[in-house]
Design a binder for this molecule. Sequence first.
Ligand code: FAD
Ligand code: UDP
Length: 374
Amino acid sequence: MKYDFLIVGSGLFGATFAYKAHHAGKSCLVIDKRPQLGGNVYCEQTEGINVHKYGAHIFHTANKAVWDFVNALVPFNRYTNCPVANYHGELYNLPFNMNTFYQMWGVRTPEEAQAKIAEQRAVVSAKLDGSEPRNLEEQALLLVGRDIYEKLIKEYTEKQWGRPCTELPAFIIRRLPLRFVFDNNYFNDPYQGIPIGGYNLLIKRLLEGIDTRVNCDFFTNRDKLTALADTIIYTGPIDQFYDYRFGKLQYRTVRFETETLNTPNYQGNAVVNYTSHEVPYTRIIEHKHFESFGQSVYDNTKTVISREYSTEWQPGMEPYYPVNDERNAALYTQYKSIADTEKHVLFGGRLAEYKYYDMAPIIEQALLLAGQHL
Ligand code: FAD
Ligand code: UDP
């Protein structure tokens, strides 16, 4: 059988493209090397709780078209991410807002908080003298000053990325909001939530009526699979597609230590970040809080938690976070320049574009590609 599209990877990029192609009357085969569909948003049920197997996923966007697209497939709940940071047992609200400033310095008004941050910023401001921050440390000091940098950013970031903050790009920290209101919502986006019934349902709806194969690695049967379709949508690692001919791109990966506990409510929040070096993991996720709120948390007497350990990626591990430094950027450009000349292969998604994309922009990009090629 000849398909219009062979889609390598059943994550949100591949599944969204397949959905649009199928609805445009095109035939598709979606393959994935993992034993299940869904890429990194796949969840596993344990004790009736959706466990985010490849890392906690909170959907958020400012793009109404993307929000409407996913909600038409599965309605989303009202989950709002409000992580708490634990630094040597002291608790702070995130992102950096009036609650954090009160907990850090005892300041009660925005004016007092702004004055405190201005005082703490003075040294780095003078050093930069109007020029752009050159690395994450300078960016963080300029944004929130030394106390917050040292207690809530420096050690967490070094655990997460395995590199000193002075060697990391400034943009990583610009993702975090800074607010002079008492608002612990981690995101500025107007739309946020978790699909009711879990992400697997979203993937199921996207792939309804489409041929799929799991445990199917493109590279173990490359020629046969390529011959099955006119066009390939490739969402795996771009360097692997070209047999690493220019060298390997670097990633950070996460090891999840997941445990079921005989308590209904372990930490009272979905996300608690451990921001000191002394604790080896970066955060603990308590999965039930993404979908149970208030008293309903106690309907289930058990809970499932995952401790996240961030490490450097090695072949055989899951590639999670692209390391966007100069070496990798230059290497990616080399791969992209040959990818751009392909006539029957289109590249998309977090791994093929080597970009730290969230879910909503991934869907946006897949819809865009579908619009151009269907
Ligand atoms: P993926 O989901 O990685 O899918 C790619 C698929 O391709 C995989 O299933 C893989 O098995 C398959 N594949 C690869 N190579 C081959 C091959 N050779 N043959 C067959 N199949 C292959 N975004 C948010 O918006 N909010 C969050 O809270 C959030 N949290 C995150 C937490 C973590 C730990 C990580 C890593 C990411 C997080 N993201 C979050 C980002 C989100 O996961 C991505 O934006 C999105 O899942 C990317 O979709 P994708 O289809 O590009 O890639
Ligand atoms: N970060 C931090 N302290 C925290 C949480 C985040 O310093 O308690 C920094 C860290 O550098 C991280 C970046 O902010 O890489 C982005 O955090 P986010 O939570 O958005 O990352 P992700 O959810 O993608 O892991």
